[in-house]
Design a protein around this ligand. Structure first.
Ligand code: UD1
Length: 362
C-alpha cells in the first residue's frame, strides 16, 4: 500500500510527523513525503524536519510565495504529474493551508483517494482563507479524521456521510506529548521570572497596519508588568518593517526570529500567558493548561474554550488588556481545574494508521 503525504507550511509538519511514524510501523505500507515548498525559510521548515525527526522529503515542489490563487495553482500544476507518476493508493493532506486544498483538488480530479487529517474544523468565517480551504478539502476527501466531536457535528451538518468520518483525536498533541520531555526553554537575555509569549501572523491582525500598531502598543504596555517574548513570523516581520518598527523594540518586549519547535513549546509550557492568533497554539495551551488569549473574533477550535484555557478577545484592546490583567491576578490552582479533552492523548496517529491499514485491501 503506497501512501503519499503532502505538507507545505509550518503547522503541517508537527501533524504529519506522528502519522508518518505510526504508518511506518506497518510492513505493508510504503510512504512518500512531498513538500510543496509553501514555507521555504530554514527557520520555518528545515529546523522542524530535524527536530520532529521526520524523514527528508522525497520531493520538494518549490512553489514559494504568491497570491492565494498563484500559490494554489502552482501546487496543483507541480503536484499533478507527481500523482500521475507515483500512483499512490491514498494521499494524506493536513490542516487548512493552501497546499492542503491544492493537493486535495488534484487528487479528486485524478480519482485518487484523499484522507484529511484535522477535518471538520469550522470558524464559520469565510473571510479567513483557511476556512475556505477547510470546507473544500473536507468536501473532496474520502477519509475525514477529526480531532474532536465538534468536527464530526460540523461534517454531519454539511451532509457528509458518517461512514467517511473518523474521530481520532489531535495529532498535533501526539507530537507535543512525544517531544515535551525534550523541550528546551531558552529564555532570551534580559528575561527572568514571568513572561508572556506572543505570536501573530493572521492577515486580519497583521495586514491592517493601524490595528497592528495598536496591538504593538498594548503589548508594549503589558511589558511594563512582565517580559513579552514575541517570535515574529515572516509575514509579520514585513509588516513591522513597513511600520518602521525595528528588531530591538524595547528592553522588555523581545521581538525574535521564528523559533524552532522545541524552543517554542519549552517557552509555551512556562509562559504566564500566551497571546496568539494561531490555531495550533490554542490547542497546545489547552493541553498544557496555560492561559491563552486569542486575538480573533472566532475560533474553529471551540473545544479550547469549553474545555480548555482559551479565551477570545476579538479585536478589542480593552478586552485584551482586561483579560491579561485578570490572568496576572489569578492563582495557578484556579487555572488547573480542567478535564482533559477526549482523544487528545498522544495516540491519534495510531488510530489513523489503524483505520487506513484495516480499511486496506492491498
Ligand atoms: C500560512 C497558512 C496559515 C498558517 C501559516 C503558519 C495559508 C492560507 N495560510 O500562512 O494557515 O497558519 O502558514 O505559518 O496557507 N514567507 C517567508 N518565508 C517562508 C514563508 C513565508 O518569507 O518560509 C513570507 C512570504 O513573504 C509570504 C508570507 O510570508 O508572502 C506569507 O506566507 P504564506 O505561506 O503565503 O502564508 P502564511 O501567512 O505563512
Amino acid at each position: 500500500m503506497h501512501i503519499l503525504h503532502i505538507v507545505g507550511a509550518r503547522p503541517n509538519f508537527m501533524k504529519a510527523a506522528p502519522v508518518l511514524r505510526r504508518l511506518g510501523a506497518y510492513p505493508i505500507v510504503r510512504q512518500t513525503l512531498v513538500h510543496t515548498g509553501q514555507h521555504y525559510d530554514a527557520s520555518m521548515s528545515d529546523v522542524f524536519f530535524r527536530q520532529l525527526e521526520m524523514p527528508e522529503a522525497d520531493l520538494n515542489l518549490g512553489v514559494g510565495s504568491g497570491t492565494h490563487s498563484q500559490q494554489t495553482a502552482a501546487v496543483m500544476t507541480a503536484f499533478e504529474p507527481v500523482v500521475i507518476e507515483r500512483k499512490p493508493d491514498l494521499v494524506l493532506v493536513y490542516g487548512d493551508v493552501n497546499s492542503t486544498l491544492a493537493a486535495a483538488l488534484v487528487c479528486a480530479k485524478l480519482a485518487v483517494p484523499v484522507g484529511h487529517v484535522e477535518a471538520g474544523l469550522r470558524s464559520h468565517d469565510r473571510s479567513m482563507p483557511e476556512e475556505i480551504n477547510r470546507v473544500l478539502t473536507d468536501r473532496l476527501s474520502d477519509l475525514l479524521f477529526t480531532p474532536s466531536e465538534d468536527g464530526d457535528q460540523n461534517l454531519f451538518r454539511e451532509g457528509i456521510s458518517q461512514s467517511r468520518i473518523h474521530l481520532v483525536g489531535n495529532v498535533m498533541i501526539d507530537t507535543l506529548v512525544r517531544l515535551l520531555p525534550k523541550a528546551d526553554a531558552k529564555l532570551p537575555g534580559g528575561v527572568n521570572g514571568r513572561f508572556a509569549l506572543v505570536t501573530l501572523h493572521r492577515p486580519s491582525n497583521v495586514d491592517d497596519l493601524s490595528w497592528l500598531r495598536d496591538l504593538l502598543g498594548a503589548l508594549t504596555d503589558l511589558s511594563d508588568q512582565l517580559s513579552v517574548i514575541f517570535p515574529v513570523h515572516p509575514r509579520t516581520r514585513q509588516r513591522l518593517n513597513d511600520l518602521g518598527i525595528d528588531h530591538s523594540a524595547n528592553a522588555r518586549l523581545h521581538l525574535l526570529e521564528p523559533l524552532p519547535y522545541l524552543e517554542f513549546i519549552g517557552l509555551q509550557r512556562h509562559a504566564a500567558m500566551v497571546i496568539t492568533d494561531s490555531g495550533g497554539i490554542q490547542e497546545e495551551t489547552t493541553f498544557l493548561g496555560v492561559p491563552c488569549l486569542t486575538v480573533r473574533e472566532n475560533t474553529e477550535r471551540p473545544i479550547t474554550i469549553s474545555l480548555g484555557t482559551n479565551q477570545l478577545v476579538g479585536r478589542d484592546l480593552k478586552t485584551l488588556r482586561g483579560s491579561a490583567e485578570a490572568i496576572l491576578q489569578q492563582k495557578r490552582s484556579q487555572q488547573d481545574e480542567r478535564k482533559p479533552v477526549p482523544f487528545w492523548d498522544g495516540h491519534a496517529a495510531e488510530r489513523i494508521a489503524r483505520i487506513i491499514v484495516r480499511g486496506s485491501t492491498h
